[in-house]
Design a protein around this ligand. Structure first.
Ligand SMILES: Nc1nc2c(ncn2[C@@H]2O[C@H](COP(=O)(O)OP(=O)(O)OP(=O)(O)O)[C@@H](O)[C@H]2O)c(=O)[nH]1
Length: 483
């Protein structure tokens, strides 16, 4: 049976819709159902308060890989719901990647939280999403929230102890932050978010150690940097987010005592900017319509006058209740002042049709390795000008992340797999392909069989590029040239 119609791509018109509950219609899990004498037909097993883990970590650090690893793990025995947050088109790509190869057995619900960043603009939708999830599924054992790669986990955590009703039904278990061992030093240099995510961690997973090893090492420097930012965080090193013991990150009850809450508050106060102007732009471009207009572009500026001024200005409505005297500092209101690195934007490229795989790879190489076409003499000079990595110029383009789902033209000259999946009626490959790039590393690989294109399904390609000082017209032009 084809499942392609089960996997909706969010289209632009849905941008203002409330969070999507993707019902995966799971079969009941008999061994987890309560015995008849403990629960009547109308009475679902009460697992409240349901533990929630926030998965944080910079773009591409391995959060989705961890979710897949947890869901595929045969022995966790939990009924898990996952909440994903991304920007616009990015969400559709993200949730399809998350579901690749997982099947529906372990994943009870996949909830998409669109329209902004979970730590600021959609924090209130998170409350309503959690409430409706709990109303719908009282038998959940666990909720995982995957924050977007630029999110600050602090304001997300606040939701759980400031909303009384939610607090009785949910319990924040902990914040797990993934660190890309290969790129973290660069990320700490170019952004503010990477440090925030580490500072809030209850567990630090130092992931992608394999990449560091293949470069000849450097783990000592990474460990030292992490120690400086968060001296007490328990850490583990992993490859492909494979935590040897899931109990190390799930059901840890890190927020069981008041100490942790007090500590979190301190980190929070420290991370609030003193006096600066900050921008948080997420600029979405739909390449499909040749339209350079910004679909989603928000920024907020802060001035020096502090909390009173700020709370008058920001458009932040609390659907949860919390009263505070206007002269008292309020952690929620203050949290919305947190910094995001200036100049970071998200560009969504969307094009109907199918790409030529070799052209796509060539273009990705050009975009992600901008110097590769330089003369050998220039490259040699660059190499010898300094042995240490140079700090990035303020206006330099940095691509942090690129991810997408594409349709690919068939290739009868390729390997056996290419030939097997060649659709003779259309000349296209039947498989969806996933594009993954983190900084200068990328791969384009076929997704699992259940995500293959339907016979009548209209082919299209979506690519999300996240970075600093991105050149939109160039990216759009380049992407089009792959078709
Ligand atoms: N070599 C290597 N690659 C990894 C490892 N962990 C994850 N990856 C790859 O890194 C890419 C990004 O991983 P994701 O799990 O999507 O990262 P993410 O944190 O969810 O990314 P965002 O949601 O965009 O922030 C994928 O291609 C993964 O297969 C690892 O330990 N080693």
């Amino acid at each position: 049976m084809d499942h392609e119609n089960d996997i909706p791509f969010m289209d632009d018109s849905e941008d203002d819709e409330p969070p999507m509950l993707v019902d995966l219609n799971p079969p009941p899990t008999p061994e987890l159902d309560p015995p008849p004498d403990e629960a009547s037909e109308n009475e679902l097993p009460v697992c409240f308060p349901c533990p929630v883990t926030i998965l944080s970590g910079f773009l591409g650090s391995g959060k989705t890989t961890l979710i897949q690893y947890i869901l595929k793990s045969p022995d966790h025995g939990k009924r898990i719901a996952v909440i994903e947050n991304e920007y616009g088109e990015g969400l559709a790509v993200e949730s399809m990647i998350a579901r690749d190869g997982v099947g529906n057995n372990n994943l009870q619900d996949l909830i998409e939280l669109p329209n902004g960043c979970i730590c600021c603009t959609v924090k209130d939708s998170l409350v309503s999403t959690l409430e409706s999830l709990l109303d719908k599924r009282q038998d959940l054992d666990y909720i995982l929230i995957e924050a977007s790669g630029m999110a600050n986990p602090g304001p997300i955590a606040s939701v759980f102890w400031l909303d009384e009703e939610l607090e009785s039904r949910l319990q924040l278990d902990g914040i797990v932050t993934l660190v890309d061992a290969n790129k973290i030093l660069e990320q700490l240099e170019t952004t503010e978010e990477a440090a925030q995510q580490i500072a809030y961690a209850d567990r630090l997973l130092i992931n992608k150690v394999d990449l560091l090893q293949s470069k000849g090492g450097g783990l000592d420097k990474v460990l030292a940097a992490l120690k400086q930012l968060h001296p007490t965080a328990p850490t583990q090193q992993t490859n492909y987010s494979k935590v040897p013991n899931l109990d190390w990150i799930l059901n840890t009850n890190c927020f069981g005592g008041t100490d942790r809450l007090a500590e979190l508050n301190t980190i929070w106060q420290d991370s609030i900017p003193q006096a600066s102007t900050h921008h948080h732009d997420h600029h979405m471009v739909d390449g499909d319509h040749g339209n350079e207009e910004s679909r989603e572009n928000h920024s907020h500026a802060q001035n020096d006058s502090g909390h009173d001024q700020q709370s008058e200005n920001h458009e932040h409505t609390h659907t949860h209740s919390h009263d505070h005297n206007s002269s008292d500092p309020c952690v929620v209101c203050e949290a919305v002042q947190h910094r995001h690195t200036a100049g970071v934007s998200t560009i969504a490229l969307h094009q109907h049709g199918s790409v030529d795989l070799s052209r796509l790879n060539k273009w990705l190489a050009h975009v992600l390795w901008p110097n590769q076409d330089a003369e050998d003499t220039v490259l040699t000079a660059m190499l010898h000008s300094s042995s240490a990595p140079k700090p990035k110029q303020d206006n330099e383009t940095v691509i942090f992340r690129c991810k997408g789902i594409v349709s690919v033209k068939g290739n009868l000259d390729g390997d056996e797999d290419d030939k097997v999946h060649y659709d003779t009626s259309t000349g296209l490959d039947k498989r969806r392909f996933i594009v993954q790039a983190v900084h200068d590393l990328w791969e384009v690989h076929p997704a699992s069989a259940e995500l293959k294109w339907g016979d009548q399904e209209e082919r299209d390609c979506k690519l999300i590029v996240i970075g600093k000082n991105l050149n939109e017209p160039d990216l759009r032009r380049g992407f089009r040239s792959c078709f």
